[in-house]
Design a binder for this molecule. Sequence first.
Ligand code: UD1
Length: 337
Amino acid sequence: MTILVTGGLGFIGSHTIVELIEQGNDCLIIDNLSKSTVEVVQRIETVVQKKVPFLQVEMLDKEALRDVFRAYNISSVIHFAGYKSVGESIERPLLYYQNNIISTLNLLEIMQEFNVKKLVFSSSATVYGDENWPPLKEDLPLSAPNPYGRTKLMLEEILCDFVTANFGWSVALMRYFNPIGAHKSGELGELPFGAPNNLMPHILKVASGEKNSLKIFGGNYDTKDGSCIRDFIHIMDLADGHVKALQYIEKNMGCEAFNLGTGRGYSVLNLIHTFEKVTGEKVPYEIVDRREGDIVVSIADVQKAETSLGWKAKYRLEDMCKDSWRWYQTIGALSIK
Ligand code: UD1
């Protein structure tokens, strides 16, 4: 039996594939290569030391997706494929609604056709919106501040409606906090396509001297040092969370959300200083205006993932910084434009 991993060449997908294979599972990667490159397949193979099947498939093409299910004996799906840039989603909302929603609807339809009823879905802590106060617990009221976030929120609702209407299904909605870090081999990491939006890729560019200084968006928030606070989580912990979620839905029916975070918050300045300490590189920065739409503090409540999935984040902030830097020096700098 094969686990289908959609968007399996992206940042979270590629690390999850490694974790799945190392824990003895057979996987098939599909990806349309719109935000990744086929070289990631070889890098995954270098890490796991075996061949990993990959197909370039556009999930908006229902027939192409059906062919995948015809060709492989698929038992469950981990669905990562989707666009994730907040800024782009504000400029091109239809692109986001079309791509993220329609591809998932196609997937559900085909899964139903082939009687595959287990799905782990890549959601985001962005669904907690900006009204809740941390630690953020799975049963809080949800809202989303931008089209990207709304695609995640709508899909969570669509998936739960679908599970309610169809007996025997189990769906896990994984709400990620702030994934950083990279595989310890240096082979895999975050490869943003185009200008990066997230914090760590910017830190890497400044530390390597490609950029003069990091812009910190806001230094007068109501926090200890004035910068925003995030629950940074190592990508390998996140990957392991998916394997645990898959094991959970093997045994439990229904539609359930799980936070994947560490339960600890660090400020943007904390992250920069930790990075400087463990890598020995300087990260010059300047404080600029706040970025519109940023929430001040985002920290996961991790109780549910711990008790239900038997999962707990292991890596420390120091490891996240060290591993990100190793990846950037090995491969990332060559690839991040
Ligand atoms: C962002 C998205 C979120 C999405 C997540 C995906 C926004 C408002 N939120 O989360 O919806 O799910 O990415 O990974 O875009 N920062 C700087 N300088 C930079 C970059 C970031 O100071 O050059 C700060 C931000 O203001 C923020 C923190 O670093 O306080 C983390 O930013 P980022 O990595 O973009 O993640 P989020 O904003 O938490």
